[in-house]
Design a protein around this ligand. Sequence first.
Ligand SMILES: Nc1ncnc2c1ncn2[C@@H]1O[C@H](COP(=O)(O)OP(=O)(O)OP(=O)(O)O)[C@@H](O)[C@H]1O
Ligand SMILES: O=C(O)C1=C[C@@H](O)[C@@H](O)[C@H](O)C1
Ligand SMILES: [Mg+2]
Length: 169
Amino acid sequence: MNNVILIGMPGVGKSTAGVVLAKILGYEFIDSDLLIQKEEQRLLAEIIEQDGVDGFIAVENRVNASIEAERSVIATGGSVVYGEEAMEHLRKIGTVVYLRLSYRTLDRRLHNIKGRGVVLREGQSLADLYEERTPLYEKYADIVIDEEELSIEETIENIQKALYKADNC
Ligand SMILES: Nc1ncnc2c1ncn2[C@@H]1O[C@H](COP(=O)(O)OP(=O)(O)OP(=O)(O)O)[C@@H](O)[C@H]1O
Ligand SMILES: O=C(O)C1=C[C@@H](O)[C@@H](O)[C@H](O)C1
Ligand SMILES: [Mg+2]
C-alpha cells in the first residue's frame, strides 16, 4: 500500500503540507485528527479535557491503528508516536516521513500552543516535549525532511524528491 505518513511536532506543517502533497501526487488526503474527531464526535481539546492526556493518547492510538488507506497522504497528530500499535500499523501501510524543525523555530511558530490542544502533561514545557518526542520521531521515520528555513512549497518539493528517491511514488 503506497501511503505517505507525515509525523512530527505540532505546527511543523503535516496538515498544511500534506493536503497539497496529496493533490500533487494524485493521492487521497487523510488527517488523523479529523478522523479522531469524527469517530469520537468530540473536539480534540474536549477529548483531552474530558479523558485526560492518557485517555487521548489511547483514543489516538486506536483510531490510527485502524486506518485503512491506499495511495493516501496521512497527516497524523503530533502525539501519534506515543501509540505503539498505531505506529506499527502506519509503518506497515506506508512510508513514514518525519518533518523536522529546530526547537527555536518551532517555539517561534507556535504562539498559542494550548489553543491547539497539544498533549502537554502537568508542568511540561514545549522544550520538554521536544526532547521527549524527538527520539520517537527518529525511531519511526523512514525519511527525515529538515524543514528549517524552507517555505511550504520547498518542504513539499523536498518530500516529493525523497519519496521518488526511496521509490515510493
Ligand atoms: N515551511 C512551512 N511548512 C509548513 N507549514 C509552515 C511553514 N512555514 C509556516 N508554516 C505554517 O505553520 C503552520 C503549520 O500548521 P499545521 O496545522 O499544518 O501543523 P501540523 O503539523 O499539522 O500540526 P498538528 O500536529 O497540531 O496537527 C501553518 O500555519 C503553516 O502556514
Ligand atoms: O502534538 C500533540 O500533542 C497534538 C497534536 C494535534 O495534532 C492533536 O493530535 C492533539 O491536539 C495533540
Ligand atoms: Mg495537523
